[in-house]
Design a protein around this ligand. Structure first.
Ligand code: F6P
Length: 345
């Protein structure tokens, strides 16, 4: 009997369960057995997996998070651990693995593939920073959440005639802040791809006031560097197993600086992990199921070392090497939308 393993790694996001449901349903159609690896690569390191039946997954497509659990465990942190993981894949009798993850998880998947493990990858992350795919699972649900939060901030900011700053996730890419900022009507959108001009920010706030708009809503990406120092702001300098610091705090620095320069009342809020939670949007549910199906189709075709990506209406395979070498940032041609609500350029 062909045994297929499936795991979710890295930060969770809405839509992961839809992918899992798609994987299991398609695999059962092909007569495979499916094993869910627990807690990402941790499960492979400690040999923790459970058999998944149709009953386990038939109604999970709309649930947020991942029923398998996840972790930021890097299986390639040491050669010894990588060896153990490869051995455990054999011990569990897995003929192939579907690995659902972002840049770190897929990067590690490539290392497993290079060691002979037959893998197929599925891109997920609210950050939307994976190259060669139009969108990654979880992104559009997070945009809905951000837009909803921004709309709530509009009403309180307007009532108090304040400058309100919302700090948005996304690591070193500004996708969430740009698209969420547009959907939520942020007057000023600050992304890591474009250096922040504080004079310009203060000018827009002043100009809005003069036009009879006494409040301003700013969307800022957590990965924006502080204009005065050029540095990223870390919530914690402790690094995860992939070498990342935890970003967070730039909105507070901007709050103080804008207050000092404009004399306005300013408040900042970090949207935080709320952006990763909740029920997946209809788009992410459908996309998740389709990615799940397509990834198992690749397994059936023995097309390993590929990742399934979204191109318009299609789901297509691309080589894993092409996806993991870099992160995708917001391209310059989209920067013109930054000032969409001020009419400035
Ligand atoms: O990569 C997804 C993401 O949500 C980033 O936007 C954010 O910087 C990071 O994960 C937060 O990680 P953690 O859940 O480990 O705090």
């Amino acid at each position: 009997m062909f045994r297929l393993g499936v795991l979710t790694g890295g930060g969770d996001c809405p839509g992961l369960n839809a992918v899992i449901q798609g994987v299991v349903v398609r695999a059962l159609q092909y007569g495979y057995e499916v094993y869910g690896i627990e807690d990402g690569y941790k499960g492979l390191l400690y040999g923790k997996a459970r058999k998944l039946s149709l009953k386990d997954v038939e109604d999970i497509y709309w649930l947020g998070g991942t029923i398998l659990g996840t972790s930021r465990k890097n299986p390639a942190k040491s050669d010894e651990e990588l060896k153990t993981v490869v051995e455990n894949v054999k011990k569990l009798g897995l003929n192939a693995l579907i690995i659902i993850g972002g840049d770190d998880t897929l990067g590690a998947a490539k290392k497993l593939y290079d060691r002979g493990v037959p893998v197929v990858g599925v891109p997920k992350t609210i950050d939307n920073d994976i190259p060669l795919t139009d969108y990654s699972i979880g992104f559009w649900t997070a945009i809905e959440t951000i837009a909803d939060a921004l709309h709530k901030l509009h009403t309180t900011a307007r009532s108090h005639k304040r400058v309100m700053i919302a700090e948005i996730m996304g690591r070193y890419a500004g996708w969430l802040t740009l698209m969420g900022g547009i959907a939520g009507g942020a007057h000023i959108i600050l992304i890591p791809e474009k250096p922040v001009d504080l004079d310009e920010v203060c000018r827009i706030i002043k100009e809005r006031k003069e036009r009879g708009e006494p409040y301003t809503l700013i969307a800022v990406a957590e990965g924006v560097t502080v204009p005065t120092t050029g540095e990223l702001v870390a919530a914690s300098t402790e690094k995860d197993e992939f070498g990342h610091i935890r970003l967070g705090g730039v909105s507070k620095i901007l709050e103080d600086e804008i207050k000092k320069r404009t004399g306005e009342e300013v408040r900042s809020v970090v949207l935080g992990h709320i952006q990763r939670g909740g029920i997946p949007s209809a788009y992410d549910r459908v996309l998740g199921i389709r990615l799940g199906f397509k990834s198992v189709d690749l397994v059936k075709e023995e097309k390993f070392g590929y990742v399934v990506v979204v191109r318009g209406m299609d789901i297509i395979p691309v080589k894993i090497d092409e996806v993991v070498s870099t992160i995708r940032k917001v391209p310059p041609e989209l920067h013109e939308y930054i000032n969409v609500f001020t009419g400035l350029y």
